[in-house]
Design a protein around this ligand. Structure first.
Ligand SMILES: C[S@@+](CC[C@H](N)C(=O)[O-])C[C@H]1O[C@@H](n2cnc3c(N)ncnc32)[C@H](O)[C@@H]1O
Length: 256
């Protein structure tokens, strides 16, 4: 396979493009800094809709699967809300993985997410997963994709660690659709959600990061193309949140 060459993208809150390694370090630092208010920011910025989106993500991950014997990897788990919902849906074992240690520490302290809860917390980079091939029934992620410095490489890692016929389910913000709905959504994100994020996080960088993280991020259709190019089958997406959020779903081929 040809090596991927991720474009230079600005660091959170800056206009200066950084090489991928440096940008990943900046992303890691920024998420580590906003931990104390992260969950509250999610609730307020999405008008409380993120819970519903996560439960939809879990349902998609578990289509065709009996969760009771299952093992699911939640990448970029942050404070573990998706991991908690996977356990609540009956998944036997959830690996909650992130490269920002403070996020994991905060998550492990939340109700239902302690070390003996069936959730295993793991500090790891989504681009270099410490797992054997074909390890997981599903790989999920919430609001991770646009933070990755090399999306094709991350998709290839997800594909590698999934068992044949396993499902990749990724929830994230996306570029609003064209037309009136898109204009309304763009206005809402720029004039309401972004200022609220800045105010709550107490960080000008976080304030600027939200719209910036979408710059250079592929459109939802292009992510479907990337999934197919990685070798996934049945790749598709649905929009939620007035078009501002996309849920991508794909499957590793049964004969892979
Ligand atoms: C917006 S937060 C989402 C957290 C959580 N999934 C949620 O839905 O609330 C993005 C998370 O992805 C993590 N992240 C970004 N790039 C990563 C990478 N390469 N490997 C692992 N985690 C990463 C960040 O540290 C952060 O916790």
């Amino acid at each position: 396979m040809a090596p991927s060459h991720p474009p230079l993208r600005p660091a959170p809150g800056s206009d200066t493009p950084l090489p991928p390694d440096q940008r990943a370090a900046e992303v890691q630092t920024m998420f580590s800094r906003i931990v104390p208010r992260y969950d509250l920011m999610n609730r307020l910025m999405t008008g409380g809709m993120d819970g519903r989106w996560r439960r939809r993500t879990v349902r998609e991950a578990l289509v065709d699967a009996d969760p009771r014997g299952g093992i699911v990897l939640d990448l970029g788990t942050g404070t573990g809300d998706l991991a908690r919902d996977l356990r609540a849906a009956g998944v036997a074992q959830v690996i909650a993985s992130d490269f920002a240690r403070p996020m994991l520490v905060a998550g492990r302290g939340k109700p239902g997410l302690a070390a003996d809860s069936g959730v295993t917390w793991l500090l790891s980079d989504a681009l270099h997963l410490p797992f054997a091939d074909d390890s997981f029934d599903a790989v999920t992620s919430g609001f991770l994709l646009r933070n990755l410095v090399d999306l094709p490489a991350a998709l290839a890692e997800m594909m590698r660690v999934l068992r044949p016929a396993g499902r990749m389910v990724a929830l994230d913000m996306t570029h609003p659709p064209p037309g009136l709905l898109g204009q309304v959504t763009r206005f809402g994100v720029e004039r309401l959600v972004t200022p609220v994020a800045g105010w709550l996080s107490g960080s000008r960088a976080a304030y600027r990061y939200l719209p910036q993280s979408l710059e250079g991020h592929p459109a939802a259709d292009a992510i479907v193309d990337l999934l197919r190019a990685t070798g996934f089958t049945d790749a598709r997406y649905e929009r939620m949140g007035m078009g501002s959020v996309a849920l991508h779903v794909a499957r590793k081929p049964s004969d892979a």
